[in-house]
Design a binder for this molecule. Structure first.
Ligand code: NAI
Length: 505
């Protein structure tokens, strides 16, 4: 029998390696023939390690599994969860970008192709560069790293730039707390990212690509490196992509653990071997990026979505979503939530649906107090914002941002004053030091929030003023967006700072 045991970092952290070892040893003792496939995660972290058995009856899931469950699993007496596709959390999703994640062996290119992989690239290879860019523009895809900039427009800027060398850089420095979509994708379906990068190269005329991957993701680094080797051996990368004479190659580069290196210009500096500090924009990386050449810098999810768009067509992708937020969003539910994990669906569900219905509310069973959407730079949303649809403009209008689509849930024991102070501390620790509003402002911000929490209410306008300066004067989103969590906490829960609603503007 074939047994799928995830190699995904979250599953491993919850004991997947021990379960795999227990299966091997029990099967050997009991004389049961097993083939273990280390797949990616199906995204239901509360069920990890989630193991699937494939036999004559089909594919059945079991989880969360411990080594002690293994004898019953192999003897056929353990109760199954049924098919993954029938579990409510999974059944409600529209899996486009994550269609293959957890389904296949991440390093089996044949299986990848059998599940729709390479279809997009083959189509792109029959198109001109301009048509390729137009297809992306028509899909409505916007940058999934957080800013939501139209991907087709970015590609067109690079395509029409004149240069002897252009680059595709994948931003895999997923630093937002509570987010894991990039990691899960790279660990579970690395060829989709490689295929997306090859298509991007065809579209803009780039022959070199880099994946800038954070050092905190050892499994993703291992899987991506192995996938690149396999891709080269099978003409998915190299001098002669799928026998067409087109060249494109990818290298994996590992970062050194700075949050700010997820900011595209700091990332480029780091990739060039320099200190990871932010560069002023303009010039945009699209025109003056890696080594001063026109460069597409896209997030993992943006690039891994490209093959789907080409496989099914731009119109198919654009049919999902709402307003200017087309396609699917890969939500990451984390924090104090009952059903944490990866949920991919068309834009448009309300925040409340996601948190209470899909996420099942808090893990502690206490009422939800706040949801921080968009990582450590995202606003804390109160339950009275639960009607907000998940969409870029819709969140902007509600005073928040979707960012990389991470949601961190807090129950009513959360101290929003402490969380605001933590947001400023985070900025102070992670600031690259290049610009004054972020470098000095964040340190003064920590002190000012402490003053307010200690009863000095005269410091409230000072904090508001400081936040304005950081927002308007910082070189990048680190200093520029820290005011979101800070002011949303102050305005949303003034009592947690020991002040009244009337005292905040
Ligand atoms: P941005 O709005 O400055 O730029 C977005 C992208 O569009 C960049 O790649 C930029 O170079 C490009 N661009 C802008 N105008 C262009 C033009 N005319 N032609 C071609 N390209 C153009 O935003 P930024 O600073 O890149 O990202 C901020 C976002 O990053 C925030 O919204 C935040 O949510 C997110 N973020 C994500 C993190 C993660 O772990 N994924 C961590 C921290 C922040």
């Amino acid at each position: 029998m074939k047994i799928y045991v995830p190699l995904d970092s979250a599953a491993v952290a919850l004991g997947a390696d021990d379960v795999a070892a227990a299966i091997t040893s029990y099967a050997a003792k009991a004389g049961i023939s097993v083939e273990i496939v280390r797949n990616g995660s199906r995204g239901m972290v509360w069920l990890e390690p989630l193991v699937e058995i494939e036999d004559a009856q089909g594919r059945r899931a079991f989880g969360p599994l411990s080594p002690a469950d293994v004898p019953a699993l192999l003897e056929g007496t353990l109760k199954s969860l049924g098919r993954v596709e029938d579990i409510a959390f999974f059944a409600r999703q529209t899996r486009l970008t994550f269609a293959r994640c957890g389904l296949i062996d991440p390093l089996d290119l044949t299986s990848y192709a059998a599940h729709g992989g390479l279809g997009g690239l083959k189509r792109a290879l029959s198109m001109t560069a301009q048509q390729t860019v137009e297809e992306v523009t028509a899909s409505g895809l916007r940058g999934r790293g957080g800013a939501g900039f139209p991907t087709g427009l970015k590609w067109e800027t690079v395509r029409s730039a004149q240069a002897s060398q252009k680059y595709i850089v994948c931003n895999a420095d997923e630093g937002d707390s509570g987010t894991f979509a990039d990691r899960m994708l790279m660990e579970g379906d690395p060829f989709s990212l490689i295929e997306g990068m090859v298509i991007a190269g065809l579209a803009v005329g780039a022959t070199r690509g880099y994946v800038y991957l954070r050092s905190e993701y050892p499994v993703a680094i291992r899987v991506m490196r192995a996938a690149v080797d396999i891709a080269r051996e099978n003409a998915l990368l190299g001098e002669d992509i799928l026998g067409t004479g087109t060249a494109f190659d990818v290298d994996i580069r590992v970062g050194a653990g700075a949050y700010v290196c997820g900011e595209e210009t700091a990332l480029l500096n780091s990739l060039e071997g320099k200190r990871g500090t932010v560069r002023a924009k303009p010039p945009l990386p699209a025109l003056h990026g890696f080594m001063g050449q026109p460069t597409v810098v896209n997030n993992v999810i943006s690039l891994a979505t490209i093959p789907v768009i080409f496989e099914h067509g731009a119109a198919h992708y654009a049919a999902f979503g709402i307003g200017r937020s087309k396609g699917t969003v890969t939500l990451q539910l984390a924090g104090n939530v009952k059903y944490g994990g990866l949920f991919e669906a068309g834009f448009g569900m309300t925040l409340g649906d996601v948190v209470t219905d899909i996420g099942g509310g808090t893990a502690t069973g206490k009422p939800v107090k706040a949801v921080q959407v968009g990582g450590p730079l995202g606003a804390f949303m109160r339950p009275d914002k639960f009607e907000t649809p998940i969409g870029y403009e819709e969140f902007d209008n509600a005073g928040g941002l979707i960012g990389h689509a991470g949601l961190t849930v807090f129950d009513d024991s959360a101290d929003m004053g402490a969380l605001a102070q933590f947001a400023m501390e985070f900025c102070a620790i992670e600031s690259c030091g290049k610009c004054t509003p972020c470098r000095i402002g964040s340190t003064r911000g920590v002190e000012t929030i402490a003053r307010i929490r200690n009863g000095d209410h005269a410091a409230i306008p000072l904090l508001e003023d400081l936040c304005d300066t950081m927002r308007d004067g910082s070189l990048c989103a680190l200093g520029g967006f820290t005011p979101y969590p800070v002011l949303s906490a102050l305005n949303g829960w003034p009592q947690d700072f020991g002040v009244t609603t009337a005292e905040v503007t």
